[in-house]
Write a protein that binds this ligand. Sequence first.
Ligand SMILES: NC(=O)c1ccc[n+]([C@@H]2O[C@H](COP(=O)([O-])OP(=O)(O)OC[C@H]3O[C@@H](n4cnc5c(N)ncnc54)[C@H](OP(=O)(O)O)[C@@H]3O)[C@@H](O)[C@H]2O)c1
Length: 337
Amino acid sequence: MTQVKQIIYKSHPDGMPKESDFEIKTTTIDESDLKEGQLYVQLLEVSVDPYLRYRMVEVGGGFEPFKVGQVMNSIALVRVITSKSDQFKKGDIVTGWSVPWQEYSILDATGVQKIPDVDVPLSYHLHSLGMTGLTAYFGLLDICNPKQGEIVLVSAAAGAVGMLVGQIAKLKGCKVYGIAGGEKKVNFVKQLGFDDALDYKGVSNMDDAIKKLCPDGIDVYFDNVGGETLEAVMINLRNFARISLCGSITEYNNAESSKGPRRYFNLTYANAKMEGFLVARWKDQFPKAIEELAGWLKEGKIQEKIDEWKGLENIVPAFIALFTGLNVGKVVVKIAE
Ligand SMILES: NC(=O)c1ccc[n+]([C@@H]2O[C@H](COP(=O)([O-])OP(=O)(O)OC[C@H]3O[C@@H](n4cnc5c(N)ncnc54)[C@H](OP(=O)(O)O)[C@@H]3O)[C@@H](O)[C@H]2O)c1
């Protein structure tokens, strides 16, 4: 029997999630309970992602809600300590999309996959070679098909998805603009190769600010935030513009459902399209995309940025930081080496 720490989902957040909505507990785990087809694993690195907030509700929309009292889970990397599956062996590093926030766990082997055999730091498998990288890749390339010379705008540009969207758009020969909170983030995305960026926190009129940033209009908007930024984009679209609805973080902590977007009829005037997606829809194509992303990484064509936190007790603060904009790049919490 081993004593392990775990994070319990204690209450549905009212607005912004708080540390008191979660609780760290100690439980015991018995490796000898392992059954055929299961793995005994050690938690190594945890990905915290804004969509987890969508699961912290009584009744869910697109995702299965967390139940009060359950152990929290998310995408994470674990090391196999003992395997009763012929698919995995001791020492393998595997990833799953619903890994418990618990130091050691027993998992069904069917719920995890080996990480690709690429010589990069482990955390990259939670970012550029993981779910967020795939979101940037497919949400930009598949939905928007950006072409050489086109103007691409991305919001939450210094975050995990946004920083990759901008870099991939540059690789496709686009002119790329970003929107981010604060001067530090604006400088960060410019250093990544964005042509220019806007600090939305210093802006009183978003319509004017976007017009100034993109005076020739916008061919592609990769939307991570929704809200008034999306509305301002609507009046700056070029003919045949495409909008990729990736996320709407301005609304995740609002109990009331969205009334927007206003001005949607501008899609008609611009012969434009707006399409939402969940990245899992391309899961059959993930291996090929990861190969291409890994190639770009190795050739130095895209840069990485991991915002690393440490320790099980910091998973929740790291998650909350996504909504205060504390992070630059991808937030990963390291639990063990
Ligand atoms: N559709 C899919 O399959 C899919 C998959 C993955 C992610 N997503 C979505 O993609 C978006 C980005 O996710 P990520 O993992 O890359 O997170 P992230 O951008 O690394 O972190 C979230 C960022 O959002 C910004 N933000 C937070 N609250 C905001 C608010 N009220 N208004 C404006 N900006 C706010 C902050 O940046 P600033 O400091 O710049 O404000 C923060 O750093 C999220 O909406 C997420 O839900 C969708």
